[in-house]
Design a binder for this molecule. Structure first.
Ligand code: TUI
Length: 315
């Protein structure tokens, strides 16, 4: 593929598409399917016990010979263990989220591991570039899970202007139109999360997949703005209870306690009422289950068709 050469060459992949590091969702099986489809599959370390992360990395090596990555969630109490396990296995690439990745860059760059931090602002993008990041992932507030304030539409061109490393756009991208749009803004790759919840190789509970398929344009809500940890999920009883606690200015501890363990309840038990159905706004555009390989190929080839149509219209 001609699109996104700097990203495909940096990572040794066929399509400039990275899978989002979705906690509890992104395991070795999903990541291997994405990598085998020509993108970069990602295992989410999230709050995994270190032994489990070790096993998942060993497992993906039995499922694919292609490059893959691990996402390190910097807010997690297991982040330091995850850094050491990734170093031990010399995984090809690491994405980071939910914090400043200085420690990850210092420890993993000298080992030749590619490090791609998620950044929600121009200031952090510039800082991580100085610290040696190979590329930056700009994630707009259309994304699912823990989000920043700025949208993909404004964050992408601002960061493109501020750094020289490749910019990979995330948040609100679920098809080739979204990918073409962020390439028009200067991005050289995309990160896609929500669409892969409905990959056939994704092990989340069928109730969660169905909630994504049923989602409409206003189905998602952001909770936790008052605690400084905004999270986008599909609306349900849980988000209504968060809204009530936040509306009545409940103590931060009560709001955080309400969220504890809820993502696991959604992913593993299929609790669509009180589970945390993290998903981005593009859930409204996901209407079927397809294989991860088909998702990667259809998004990238549609983007390429759109962009080549524009360039031939203009010439
Ligand atoms: O990290 C994500 N998305 C996530 S993490 C997650 S697990 C979780 N579960 C329950 C509550 C909260 C989290 C679910 N979804 N995306 C990447 C991302 N990174 N979004 C925002 C950021 C970010 C925020 C601040 C990155 C850096 C940052 O830096 C602040 C600083 O220290 O400069």
């Amino acid at each position: 593929m001609i699109l996104g050469r700097r990203v495909t060459e940096l990572l040794g992949i066929s399509y400039p598409l990275i899978q989002g590091g979705m906690a509890w969702v992104a395991d070795a099986e999903l990541a291997a399917a994405v990598s085998n489809g020509g993108g970069l599959g990602i295992i989410a370390a999230a709050n995994m016990p270190p032994e489990l992360l070790d096993q998942e990395i060993a497992k993906i090596r039995t499922l694919t010979d292609r490059p893959f990555g691990v996402n390190i969630m910097l807010m997690s109490s297991t982040a330091s263990d995850a850094i050491e396990i990734v170093a031990k296995h010399k995984v090809p690439a690491v994405t980071t989220g939910a914090g400043s990745p200085g420690k990850v860059l210092d420890r993993l760059k000298p080992l030749g591991i590619k490090v791609l931090p998620v950044v929600p602002t121009t200031a952090l993008a510039k800082r991580v570039e100085r610290q040696g990041a190979d590329a930056v992932i700009v994630e707009g507030s259309e994304a699912g899970g823990h989000i920043g304030e700025l949208t993909t539409m404004v964050l992408t061109p601002m960061v493109v202007d501020a750094v020289s490393v490749p910019v990979i756009a995330a948040g609100g991208i679920g098809d080739g139109r979204g990918m073409a749009a962020v390439f028009a803004l200067g991005a050289e790759g995309v990160q896609v999360g929500t669409r892969f919840i409905c990959a056939s190789e994704c092990r989340v509970h069928d109730n969660y997949k169905q909630a994504v398929i049923d989602a409409k344009d206003r189905s998602s809500a952001v909770t936790g703005r008052s605690t400084g940890h905004p999270v986008r999920c599909i609306r349900n009883k849980l988000t209504a209870q968060f809204d009530e606690l936040e509306r009545t200015c409940a103590p931060v501890e009560a709001i955080e306690a309400l969220g504890a363990g809820r993502l696991r309840d959604a992913v593993v038990s299929g609790d669509v009422e009180m589970g945390s159905l993290m998903a981005g706004q593009i859930a409204a555009m996901v209407s079927s289950i397809s294989s991860a390989g088909e998702i990667v190929k259809s998004i990238c080839e549609e983007a390429e068709r759109i962009l080549s149509r524009f360039s031939s219209d203009l010439s």
